[in-house]
Design a protein. Structure first.
Length: 267
């Protein structure tokens, strides 16, 4: 199990304040899968005096997520619940406000933040946190010049940018793309973490996609002179770099058409 392997490899890390899980927790969407992941992560975090925070990803199922993980926060200071089951939460850890948002669009690969969440976030950000605010959600608001990323990222990143502009949001943590990307959105640093199970190999021919074995995580240092200071941690895996799948141009076009936003033509 990739998660168990990764946590074993990270056993030397002790000085942690929080563990952030940016979605895709249970591929099958079953409560049992969420419970198993929660047990592993809670045991790891609690031994280090840290709490675990969860967000939904495109492979997650909101009902089962809520049944096991609630808002994604053990003791949230604020919670948003949307009409379609969207859940966001906020907690303060060591002076930093950690806010998880729900970008899941059921049945699709792209993400979106509903207007209610953005309004909730906008009101919250009118009061600065002691050290600043960190946002965490699944679908990145930035993308490389790669068709699948352009199609299946956060679709309303401009609305998010407007919401956080001039606030104390300093860092945005995301997943989804299975590789690391560093960027900016307004005044905030955006960090896209690689995947726990696999990573995307961008040396593949343009228009195709190759995934290889390589469990990884990111370590984030906040409050440092040059912070945020972030680096990637790779678990040792005897299959490291071996191909899991390789999709050709036609397969990728079909995936984007199936999982991307519906485009309606007008005449």
């Amino acid at each position: 199990m990739a998660l168990r392997r990764l946590l074993t490899e990270l056993s030397h890390l002790h000085d942690l304040d929080a563990v952030m899980v940016t979605g895709d927790i249970a591929d099958d969407g079953s409560p049992d899968a969420y419970a198993r992941a929660c047990e592993l992560l809670s045991d790891y975090a609690h031994r280090r005096g840290a709490n675990v925070f969860y967000t939904t990803g495109n492979h997650d199922e909101r009902t089962a997520f809520a049944e096991v993980l609630g808002s994604g926060h053990a003791q949230p200071e604020a919670v948003y619940e949307g009409a379609a089951g969207e859940r966001a939460g906020a907690s303060t850890v060591a002076g930093w406000r950690l806010v998880t948002l729900d970008t899941l669009v059921p049945g699709k690969g792209y993400g979106r933040l509903d207007g209610g969440q953005l309004d909730w976030l906008r009101v919250m950000l009118t009061t600065p946190a002691p050290w600043g605010t960190v946002l965490a959600f699944h679908h990145p608001p930035v993308a490389l010049d790669v068709d699948v990323q352009q199609a299946l990222g956060l679709r309303n990143s401009a609305e998010l940018a407007e919401t956080i502009r001039g606030t104390d949001v300093q860092l945005i943590l995301c997943g989804h793309f299975h590789l690391q990307i560093l960027a900016r959105l307004e005044q905030a640093t955006v960090w896209v973490t690689p995947g726990v199970v696999s990573r995307i190999d961008l040396t593949a021919r343009p228009g195709t996609e190759r995934a290889v074995h390589g469990p990884s995580a990111s370590l984030v240092h906040l409050g440092t002179t040059n912070g945020p200071l972030i680096h990637t941690l790779h678990a040792r895996d005897p299959r490291m770099g071996e191909t899991i799948y390789e999709a050709d141009e036609e397969e990728m076009r079909e995936a984007i058409e199936r999982l991307g936003p519906t485009i309606t033509g007008l005449r």
